[in-house]
Design a protein around this ligand. Structure first.
Ligand code: HEC
Length: 98
């Protein structure tokens, strides 16, 4: 639990991503929970029960919405501080995960 809280703080503190690059954004904003490859096989991913994002059936628009607003009923929090362009870039990266 302590580890999860520490990671949440890191996620919250890294609110200003300069890179517009989807891969870099995913690494800094999402990988703590979803794992670098999006498969959620990290200790954090397992603790939070994340499903693999690789090969997701979600549309880019749905991914943008979940990333910016969170996923109700899960521990997926709204990721703050991303511009619309950054949300698009990160969603495109998620769609491309294999
Ligand atoms: C604090 C941990 C955490 C962070 C950070 C996080 N997620 Fe999640 N995410 C979750 C959890 C928990 C779920 C819910 C379980 C699931 O559906 O896999 C989830 C679910 C999702 C889903 C829905 C998957 C599905 O099949 O319904 C998407 C899409 C997603 N996250 C994208 C992102 C993106 C993009 C980022 C970065 C901008 C991100 N997440 C950052 C924890 C996190």
């Amino acid at each position: 639990m302590k580890k999860i809280l520490a990671a949440l703080l890191i996620v919250a503190a890294s609110g200003t991503a300069l890179a517009e690059d989807g891969a870099a954004l995913f690494k800094s904003k999402c990988a703590a929970c979803h794992g670098p490859d999006g498969k959620g096989t990290t200790p954090m991913g397992k603790a939070l029960k994340v499903k693999s994002l690789a090969g997701t059936k979600l549309s880019a628009a749905e991914i943008e919405k979940i990333a910016s607003q969170g996923k109700p009923g899960t521990r997926m929090i709204a990721i703050k501080g991303l511009t619309p362009e950054q949300l698009k870039a990160v969603a495109a990266h998620v769609k491309a995960l294999k």
